[in-house]
Ligand binder design. Structure first.
Ligand SMILES: *[C@@H]1O[C@H](CO)[C@@H](O)[C@H](O)[C@H]1NC(C)=O
Ligand SMILES: *[C@@H]1O[C@H](CO)[C@@H](O)[C@H](O)[C@H]1NC(C)=O
Ligand SMILES: *[C@@H]1O[C@H](CO)[C@@H](O)[C@H](O)[C@H]1NC(C)=O
Ligand SMILES: *[C@@H]1O[C@H](CO)[C@@H](O)[C@H](O)[C@H]1NC(C)=O
Ligand SMILES: *[C@@H]1O[C@H](CO)[C@@H](O)[C@H](O)[C@H]1NC(C)=O
Ligand SMILES: *[C@@H]1O[C@H](CO)[C@@H](O)[C@H](O)[C@H]1NC(C)=O
Length: 502
């Protein structure tokens, strides 16, 4: 585990970690049959190993498709409706053979007119079908009213689609939380410090009446409620570097729920999800091949070089809550009161930070890069004094600095490779953050000073606008981090449909 205090000052006990970058987007678009539309797919296609899981022609098209490779997965392509699509619930041809029909309402209607009896699962899937159609339609439609918040502006790949998708989630999304498993490793997790999102999510979903269902038949997704951080504390044997006990815990758990309920076997895990912020989350998911390959993994360490798949997995933010709440962290002065160009303080973890220190430590008044903050200097004051906050990856891609910057109104500068930033399925990170590749570290000052004051003011304002999506509330509030994580999972679930055994 990578955690050391990065300040010599005892008042400053922040832990160092890496920043997770997630690149996931969510506007709905339909790829045409022309392979050149999807040739940009960077990761090997997914293939679910269950016959009961059928990819659907729905994409995370909240992306700006002209600048971002389409998020897509092979089964989706193979199953272009009406093209090579052989999916049907037996007894009835659900999908018309009509070669160019993409009209889901039509499909839905056919389905509703069918004489056969529908299972609960059919009904659930019909709801998803409707949601996909509504989201697609919203892409070019009008804004929807909302008493709390209407997403709008360049911070979103497509604000209307996001809003519609969010509303559809609120209307129907149901999560079943397995009740098996005992404290402290299950149904529990840290609510403080850098892995706080593990505990916060577990507790929030378990207490949630809106999204949690006690009837697994009605669920869209199934949550495996373990905490990797807790397993490291209670199951892992210190200093052994042996993942065995942690993996065995997960394996045993999945054995239990797959014996007791039909759901894991039905989809081979595709409609199941785990959530982990700890560095060892990705490794833990390897405990069961289908968990790694099929399930939705919500991870802080969203490293695409370590098999993080933006179409299937979800990047969640690492949020360092030293006292368990955001109280005192939120807010910062306007751009004119930010005298420093850029700031970083932290240890030399991982490969990127030494390069940053080498080029910028004590080199330039405007770019304050420190291994340790001088005694008596407050880390949070420095964030609030700076225009840009540098967020280099450490041992892992995820870093709590990104959210610290967002909380304090400092424009984050992501310095990382292979990182998919949180909620990239919805958020257009380019509009409110700066991405600097490792090789451009020597040009940091040039890059930051080339951003005009006007452009900076816009970016800084957008940071304030998207802050709500990173806030931790108890109880949760609409559009906050809990709901955004749930929404990312909802979007992944829209990518496929599950059918009963035939
Ligand atoms: C999408 O990307 C293109 C090309 O990179 C750019 O010109 C356009 O402004 C972008 N649109 C949005 C909504 O970001
Ligand atoms: C559907 O059921 C019919 C008989 O009810 C059977 O002949 C046919 O092979 C089945 N199709 C599939 C794809 O299972
Ligand atoms: C989709 O199908 C419905 C019902 O058949 C029809 O009313 C509607 O006009 C169709 N929409 C499109 C875009 O073809
Ligand atoms: C969008 O709003 C305009 C003006 O209010 C209206 O004319 C149009 O019909 C609306 N479009 C949709 C799809 O609701
Ligand atoms: C699920 O599959 C496993 C392994 O094939 C089997 O042992 C288990 O009994 C199955 N579960 C159910 C509920 O049938
Ligand atoms: C991301 O994964 C690659 C491949 O395992 C690894 O080399 C790299 O160090 C990882 N990045 C971080 C910041 O951990």
């Amino acid at each position: 585990m990578a955690s050391t205090p990065y300040s010599s000052s005892s008042s400053m006990k922040l832990l160092l970690f890496m920043v997770p970058l997630i690149i996931i987007a969510g506007l709905v678009s339909v790829l045409g049959p022309n392979p050149s539309n999807w040739i940009l797919i960077q990761n090997p296609p997914l293939s679910w190993t269950s016959q009961n899981v059928v990819a659907v022609d729905f994409h995370h098209s909240l992306f700006n498709q002209s600048s971002t490779p389409p998020i897509s997965i092979q089964p989706i392509i193979d199953q272009q409706l009406g093209n090579k699509d052989k999916e049907n619930l037996n007894g009835s041809q659900i999908v018309p053979n009509n070669t160019n029909s993409m009209n889901e309402s039509h499909i839905l209607q056919e389905k509703q007119n069918l004489p056969r009896k529908f299972s609960i699962l059919d009904r659930t899937e019909a709801g998803l079908l409707q949601a996909r159609a509504a989201i697609r339609k919203a892409k070019n439609g009008n804004q929807t009213q909302d008493i709390d918040y209407v997403p709008t502006g360049p911070m979103y790949h497509n604000p209307n689609s996001f809003h519609r998708s969010y509303l559809e989630m609120e209307k129907q999304f149901k999560v079943y939380v397995y009740e098996e498993g005992e404290l402290p490793v299950f149904h529990n997790g840290p609510c403080k410090n850098i892995y706080s999102i593990e505990g916060n999510f577990i507790h929030t979903i378990e207490m949630n009446d809106q999204f949690r269902t006690k009837d697994p038949e009605k669920a869209h997704v199934f949550f495996l409620p373990f905490s990797v951080a807790m397993m490291v504390q209670f199951v892992y044997i210190r200093d052994t570097h042996d993942f065995g006990p942690i993996k065995k815990t997960v394996k045993d758990y999945i054995n239990v729920v797959s014996e007791k309920y039909p759901f894991w076997n039905r989809s081979l895990g595709a409609d199941h999800f785990m959530l982990a912020c700890h560095d060892w989350g990705p490794e833990t998911s390897k405990a069961v091949p289908n968990l790694f390959k099929n399930s939705i993994r919500a991870l802080c360490n969203a490293n695409t070089s370590e098999a993080f798949k933006p179409t299937k997995d979800v990047s969640i933010p690492e949020i360092n809550l030293r006292f368990g709440t955001t109280h005192g962290y939120l807010g910062g002065p306007s751009p004119s009161k930010r005298s420093l160009l850029a700031f970083y303080a932290g240890g030399l973890h991982g490969p990127i930070r030494p390069i940053l220190l080498e080029h910028w430590e004590n080199k330039d008044e405007d770019i304050q890069v420190h291994k340790y903050l001088p005694k008596g200097v407050s880390y949070y004051d420095m964030l609030r004094k700076s225009k840009f906050c540098l967020c280099p990856s450490g041992y892992e891609v995820a870093s709590p600095r990104v959210v610290e910057a967002i909380y304090t109104g400092c424009v984050p500068v992501l310095i990382s490779d292979h990182y998919v930033p949180p909620f990239n399925d919805v958020l257009n990170w380019k509009s409110f953050s700066v991405e600097v590749s490792v090789k451009d570290i020597p040009n940091l000052k040039k890059i930051l000073t080339s951003i005009s004051p006007r452009q900076y003011i816009r970016m800084q304002r957008r940071v304030g606008n998207i802050r709500k999506h990173f806030e931790v509330n108890s109880p949760p509030k609409r559009f906050d981090v809990f709901h955004m994580i749930l929404h990312s999972i909802w979007l992944r679930r829209l990518n496929f449909r599950v059918q009963d055994d035939q």
